[in-house]
Write a protein that binds this ligand. Structure first.
Ligand SMILES: NC(=O)c1ccc[n+]([C@@H]2O[C@H](COP(=O)([O-])OP(=O)(O)OC[C@H]3O[C@@H](n4cnc5c(N)ncnc54)[C@H](O)[C@@H]3O)[C@@H](O)[C@H]2O)c1
Length: 316
């Protein structure tokens, strides 16, 4: 099935791959982005572009009048540290901006809204690894709270205004077009530093683990989540899916893999651990497999090769 979809944040890293995946699947795609972090050249050919802030009346009107079957929401303030410094600005974009679009979706008869949440932050420091969707939600940063609040608004406004909401709880996404200046992009940071012949900075002892999922797998999951039959359940976690690999990789192993793929021996420099950083993180993906028919197809090394190729050819 295909139709007409609005992809917010489609000039950014993940959203541009999502827009591309929808186009490949035969969808009519409109991208909404204010270019505060994204770049117009990331928007795939074939998508129409509207430059606006998700908090604006213009954005809400676009969702309400654009005859969209689906809204795919990736525009956000994504910096955890910024959310700690300015929680109200974070909430303004990530909560109020989302609610503005959800009101538009209700007015416009949108049937499904897919929302980019974060499995790296909504569970806080989880006891069970790989973490299932049903684990307690104890976000420690304002960014994590804004993502979890977004999921609740999605459920509540969807039920009130007649659309289905799906929350995609991503692990650490990596791949081409990820900004090496963003704090979330440790893979991009390592690749760009090695290309510049610089040392790789490791915070703490480098034994902390993350679950790295390739962006093209994430994009495919979004297309599937737009049309999949959802479980008929009132449970909060029923329409939420971890999008990850369930594989834990520590920072030292990550540095080694990057070095191997780039044919270079990385030199590490150690810095004090960052306050509030999670020690371990990996997500259970069995539900995405059972309900969406999704499982990651890219190996870490193949994804890494794509990222390195992109840096060598195209990175600004
Ligand atoms: N990168 C990850 O590992 C990861 C993990 C979990 C969740 N997410 C979520 O996925 C989504 C996309 O993240 P990304 O890594 O691609 O980030 P990104 O910064 O590359 O993309 C976000 C896009 O949103 C746009 N944007 C920001 N504020 C806006 C506003 N007020 N109005 C309109 N557009 C605005 C930016 O210009 C940018 O193009 C975000 O919601 C993020 O929270 C990302």
């Amino acid at each position: 099935m295909s139709g007409r979809v609005l992809v917010t944040g489609g000039a950014g890293f993940i959203g541009s791959h999502v827009a591309e995946a929808f186009l490949k699947d035969g969808w009519d795609v409109v991208v909404l982005d204010d270019l505060s972090r994204g770049h117009e050249q990331n928007i795939p050919q074939g998508a129409r572009f509207v430059c606006a802030d998700i908090r604006s009346a213009e954005a809400r009107r676009l969702v309400a009048t654009g005859k969209f079957d689906a809204l795919n929401h990736h525009a956000a303030q994504i910096d955890v540290r910024f959310s700690v410094e300015s929680p109200s600005v974070d909430a303004g974009i990530n909560v109020v901006g989302l609610v503005n679009l959800l009101e538009g979706a209700g007015e416009g008869g949108v049937k499904r809204v897919v929302f980019a949440s974060s499995g790296g932050v909504v569970y806080g420091d989880p006891e069970v690894i790989p973490t299932p969707e049903t684990a307690p939600k104890l976000p420690v940063s304002p960014y994590g709270v804004s993502k979890l609040a977004g999921e609740y608004y999605l459920r509540a406004i969807g039920a009130l205004r007649g659309f289905e909401g799906v929350a995609m709880r991503y692990a650490n996404v990596f791949g081409p077009r990820q900004d090496p200046k963003s704090e979330a992009g440790v893979v991009s940071i390592f690749v760009s530093r090695l290309l510049e012949g610089r040392k790789l900075t490791v915070f703490g002892d480098g034994r902390q683990t993350r679950d790295y999922v390739f962006v093209k797998d994430v994009a495919r999951a979004n297309v599937l989540a737009t049309t999949a039959r959802l479980p008929a359940s009132a449970d909060f976690n029923a329409p939420a899916f971890n999008i990850a690999t369930s594989i834990e990789r520590n920072v030292r192993e990550l540095a080694e893999s990057v070095g191997q793929v780039m044919g270079q021996q990385p030199e590490l420099e150690f810095a004090p651990p960052r306050p509030g950083e999670l020690f371990r993180s990996a997500l259970d993906t069995s539900k995405a497999k059972a309900v969406l028919g999704w499982a990651p197809e890219w190996t870490f090394d193949d994804g890494l090769r794509q990222l390195v190729d992109w840096f060598r050819k195209e990175a600004r």
